[in-house]
Structures are given as structure tokens and as C-alpha cells.
Design a binder for this molecule. Sequence first.
Ligand code: ADP
Length: 473
Amino acid sequence: MRVLFVSAEVSPFAKVGGLADVAAALPRALSELGVDVRVVMPKYRGVDGKTDLNEIARFRVPVGAGEKECTLHEGTLPQSGVPVYFLGNDPYFDRAQVYGEGGGDYPDALERFTFLSRGALALPEALGWQPDIVHVNDWHTALVPAYLRAGEGPKGAKSVLTIHNLAYQGEFPWDARATTGLADEALTSFAHAGKLNLLKGGILSADRLTTVSPSYAREILQDGEGLEEVLRTRVDSLTGILNGIDDSAWNPETDPLLWANYSAADPSGKEENKERLRAELGLAQEPAAPLVGMISRLAAQKGFDLVMAAFDRMMALGIQFVLLGTGAPEYEEFFRAAASRYPGRAAALITFSEEWAHRIEAAADIFLMPSRFEPCGLNQMYSLRYGTVPVVRATGGLKDTVRDYNADRAMGNGFVFTDYAPDAMLSALRRAVVLYRDDPEGWAALRKRGMEEDHSWSASARNYLELYTELAR
Ligand code: ADP
């Protein structure tokens, strides 16, 4: 099985959200199953420093009426033999950020991702390598299935489009459609609400669609950000496959970013991480106060209006709070102000930091993820692995990975609430705090159960391989 995997983000080369983690971990897991998988992404600024690069070819990629020079560089995905191909065009990709600066995408986003999509399809010929499947991800690469249908790129290859988040659709003015180079007939699939909508065109053009959890696959048929009707026409081709986590990068026993390593069998190092984190962030050493962590893009999707509405009542439960995140200025300001209102009890790290993300997962007792919607979510799975009990809203992948402790004490691995309301979130958090404080043995058993679960990619990668095999038949 030969798979060309196309993504705008691949960790560690470029990461904005969960897509980057998936685009690294899934190819790695597929390769372990014997799949000849090759990854292609843009050559953003700074990529050179992260892998040894060889320039192996140069070709031209049509964008709009013209053509752009593409330099093709080869590198390797760390901890694997998976080749990663970087499409270089410095005017497009040698920039400070992946998508844009100061909110919103760069104004030439359509050109940049047309270049990525068509460049990726030129790759098989440049390599003399014929994929069976071209697997694309989110709107940035959603033009690819339409190009394949139009006869561009490797002949006979089938397309899979994975939707990691339906909220981002790649909408552009309809007048910009010529940039794609698609014929009018093909473009009709991309017309939506008077605009050019890349994700919609991808949904209608791909051979198979997947999304990143079974619950989200069902939910988007009802509430699909305006694309529910389009998705319903493809229901027979849509599958939900839960993301896994990269359990080599996220393993508390070996994680080099932690102050102390620990395991389900011996979780004592977790306390040391909490003490060190409290010391570093100026939080009081208060053993009775559970430390509640959040690590997230500061976006409305993640339920921050609930947290803001309930914040003082959360703190009144006697917790400590630490947030790591960047994003919408109003949320950044709220958490900065909250940290100064609760000195010694709340901290806000308004930055993007892999190191702090690992340390908070290790140090916190409780991880809060009250998302309005959540296609899969990774942090609740990292939390389970790190013995940090998740408190989540029952939506999408959160619903598929976290089971409520009070509903089933023998099987539960966290605390779950359903209504998107501050009181519902508070009552789940209160249940967690009460167990933490009043029943240390019950808490330790709950924590251990989560740590022992297997959320690795191996099962999910097998599901993808089955889907490819069926499609390539
Ligand atoms: P989404 O893709 O919607 O952002 P996920 O939970 O699927 O949400 O994935 C988010 C990923 O990004 C996780 O790996 C999380 O740890 C990471 N992340 C988010 N914000 C930050 C941050 N400020 N610093 C470090 N990592 C972050």
C-alpha cells in the first residue's frame, strides 16, 4: 500500500493545532504497519533547522494564470523512516507564521494552498513513485480530490479527505476561483453561499471522507457549520476514526521535559512536578488545593465563555488554576487579569510552549476541557496518560474517550457534563474536587485507570489501513 499524505501542518516542522500531531503520528503508525507512506507539506521558515534537507528536484506549479517555481526538498519524520517532502517557494512560505499574523489568514492563502495542493500532485512524477491513495487533510488540501478527478496527478489514485475541524472551511470570494485552475464544471462543487468554499468542494469530490471521532461524524450531519446537507449526501462515504496520541512523545515515564518521570505503577513523581510547577509560577504549595490545568488555543470552540462566566465560582471550590494558551485577545486579557486577581492561586501563560504543555499535563490534578464542540481533542488523552483526571463536556471525541466516574465508578475515567452551561461545568468540576479531597484512594484508583488505558495510534492506524485497502481494491 502506497499513500501520499498531504498536510499544511506536520509536527515538529510546523504546528498550530492538533492537525500537526495527527499528520506526524498517523504516518509513523502506518509505516509501522508496513505502509509505504510519504508526507508532503510546505517548506515553511525554520524547517531547515529541524531535519537535514536535500534538494532533490525543481519543477513549476501552476497557480492561477501563471506558474510558480517549486524546490522539492527531502527530509525525514523524526523517530521513523517516513520521508517528508517539503515544497519550497520562499515568497509563499518563508514567513513568520504558518497561516497568518495578527488573526486571520494571509491574504494570498488561496494561492499558497493551491500551490501546496498542485505541488503535492506533481510529486509522484518527480519521484517516479505511484501512490494508491492520496490522503488530504482539512480545507488547505481539499482541492486535491478535485484535481485528481480532473485527471491531474497520479493516475488511478483514490482520495481520502479527513476533516479535522469543520469550523474552518477555506472560504474565498467567488471571483478568486480562477486561482485554482479548475474548470467551471468542477468548480460548481465549491460554490457555497456565494463563495468559493474549498472544504465543501473537497467533501463532494473525495472518494472517501473521514473525521476524527465517531461522535463528531454523527454530530456534523445535524450541525455541520452550514455543510450538514452536503455531508448528508455523502453519509455512506463518511467514517469517524478516533485519533490516537503519540505515546512516545507523551509518556510520563520517559518525557524529557518533565522535572520528574513517573508511571501508573509509581505515580509519586507527579507530586514533584506539581511542586516544581507551583514554585516556578508563584503558586502556593497548598496540598489540599487540586491544580486544574487548561492547555488550548484560546478560541470560542473550546468553551472559554463557560470558564469566564464560572471563574470566580471555580476558584471558590478551593482549586488552583493554570492556563497555557494564545489566541483571541479578549480571552488572553481575561486570563491575565484573573491571574493577577488570584495571586498565588491562578497563573496564565499566554504563549505557545511545548515544554509548558508537557509540564502542566504532568503537574495538574485535573484537566478542564469544556468544549462547545470537539472533533477529537488530544489533550484529554494526554491527560489520561499523565494521570490528570479530565473534566470534559460530552461532545465529539471527548464523548468517545472520557467516561463519567459517577455514572460508573468501576469504568469511569473522568467527569463528564452535557449541557453547554456554566452550572453544568461547575457541577462536574465540583464532583472532581470532592473526590480529590475526600477520597484519596478513590482518586488514586480513578487516576490509575486512566493511565493504564491505551490511546496509542496502533488501533486507529489499522482502521485507516482497512479503509485504504477497501478503496484501492
Ligand atoms: P485543536 O486542534 O482544536 O487545537 P487538539 O486538542 O486536537 O485541539 O490539539 C491541540 C494541540 O495543540 C495539543 O497537542 C495541545 O497540547 C497543543 N496546544 C494548544 N495550545 C498550546 C500552547 N499554547 N502551547 C503548547 N501546546 C499547545
